[in-house]
Ligand binder design. Structure first.
Ligand code: CIR
Length: 255
């Protein structure tokens, strides 16, 4: 993790949020509850010192509140992605002008596809997941852009889970919180790793923000593992986002 974040972009879930993509089979999100959970998330980011830019819901894009997928923001550049799901491609159009106020922007072009949820920054290095959403052409384009700003990058094959960050996240310095499935993978074995229990694998989607960890509510073993390492932990309920395959990391762009 490098430096502290000063800003975040979030987007409100819309009345259309149940029409988004999902494999979760957990039922439809409750609109009032998802809005309440989203407000609590926004409040938590503000409490950590971030200026939070709240965008309105997108009537044509039910998944647009998972705004992390639309960009990869580094201290030097904002890379506007080309999301892998056709139904999400247009989401980038309203993210680009917002980020352009803060960073030079560069775009991923077809046939390359990238979802921000597949991109994890660990210090000066980027792990780029190759998944159903991010293809090799997209990873190569992104990698070349990152290299031109002095970063290094490697790819990780995402076998299970929607995105890389469904299963692997950085919890400070170069320590990763990972699911069992990834724990011994050669692509990440050089990092210090904390492994979540199999019955708490969703909690791998924990978000580092300015030395605090936002972790999903309901995963006590993971919470204890994080607290035992002396880390500040805030639990947030994201039950309604989980129904749509989302979680804490994908609800914002931090920079
Ligand atoms: C999708 O399938 O694209 C959305 N329903 C969920 C996206 C979650 N994003 C993320 O994990 N980065």
């Amino acid at each position: 993790m490098s430096g502290r974040f000063t800003h975040a972009i979030v987007r409100k879930p819309g009345a259309n949020c149940a029409r988004g993509l999902t494999t979760a089979e957990l039922g439809e999100p409750d609109l009032d509850l998802i809005l309440e959970q989203h407000r609590a998330y926004t409040t938590a980011l503000s409490a950590l010192g971030l200026q939070v830019i709240v965008l309105e819901a997108e009537p044509d894009y039910p998944d647009a509140y998972f705004c992390e997928d639309a960009a990869v923001v580094t201290p030097d550049v904002a890379v506007i992605t080309n999301p892998g799901a056709a139904s999400r491609r247009g989401e980038v159009e309203t993210i680009e002008p917002v980020l352009a106020e803060y960073r030079p922007t560069v775009c991923i072009r077809s046939p390359g596809t990238v979802d921000g949820g597949d991109v994890l920054m660990v210090g000066q290095h980027f792990l780029i997941g190759i998944s159903d959403r991010t293809n090799r052409a997209g990873a190569d384009q992104l990698g070349q852009i990152l290299e031109s700003y002095g970063y290094t990058w490697t790819t990780v094959l995402v076998g299970e889970g929607l995105h890389l960050k469904s299963s692997i996240n950085c919890i400070g310095h170069s320590t990763l919180l990972v699911t069992n499935e990834f724990a011994e993978r050669g692509e990440i074995r050089m990092f210090d790793r904390v492994v979540v229990d199999d019955d708490e694998s969703y909690a791998a989607n924990t978000l580092w923000v300015n030395d605090c960890l936002l972790t999903p509510r309901g995963f006590p073993k993971t919470r204890r593992q994080l607290e035992d390492r002396g880390l500040a932990v805030v639990e947030l309920d994201v039950s309604e986002m989980r129904k749509m395959d989302g979680g804490l990391t994908c609800l914002s762009l931090r920079f």
